[in-house]
Design a protein. Sequence first.
Length: 287
Amino acid sequence: MQAGAEQKTKGRTHPLGVMRWFADSGAVVIDWVTAVGDVSFFTMQTISWLISRLPRKETLLPSFYQVGVRSLPVVALTGTFIGMVLAVQSYAQFAHIGLQTRLGGVINMSLVTELGPVLAGTMLAGRVGSAMAAELGTMRVTEQIDALTSMGANPIHYLVVPRLLACLCLIPALTVVANFMGVIGGAFYSIFILDIDAFYYWHNSRSIVGLYDLFSGIFKSLFFGFAIAILGCYRGFHCDPGAEGVGRAATAAFVHAFVVIIVLDLFLGIFLIGLHKLIWPAGSHIF
């Protein structure tokens, strides 16, 4: 009798287990809502300081150098090889149907609208966003941010606004560099390695890719740069104590920025395609 009762008990779902599951799920939701609220409040503080008073040149130029100049080689190298990879992967399919001269339009359209901005943003999220989180996290752990506050300086205005301005101004410029190097890399491989006629390669590229396509990629990169700066600085400001906390902040800054870049790319792509159809319903290029 006792064994039968135990088997019946094991077959049932215990109420405490269900309540514990609901409690854990609720805790996760609360943590997510709290994190979104904290990031939103941090963003509003940063924007208010950005509008009210620009940072000094002494704090702005080092951020421009770190974000722009030191990121230029890796972005240019990445863009070049992405263009070559697109040529390698697309050539066989286009040659099979006799449209290999159309390869330039496909490569360049893919680069300027999607791969250039997204890959440049991903590279900069790993290099710039993680560096911001690690640097500001170290300042938080060593109480340098608290020292700035005690001296009467606002840490968001002094530390976050210059980094945000650097990302907003230079990540679009770095996206243009990635696009340019990708176009050059794809053209070099297609013309000199795959022996595609150069005239038809560039002619088809000009007929397919328009200025609106280039503008859409640069427009996306503005939002990517904003997300990289805000998330990197936020993770640094809210870093856990110790070296392990700094490492987790740097990792979280990259992961969160990468996820946000992918999500933003989807919704911005839908918006820009809809805007193009609204302004130019015939489907031709605006410029």
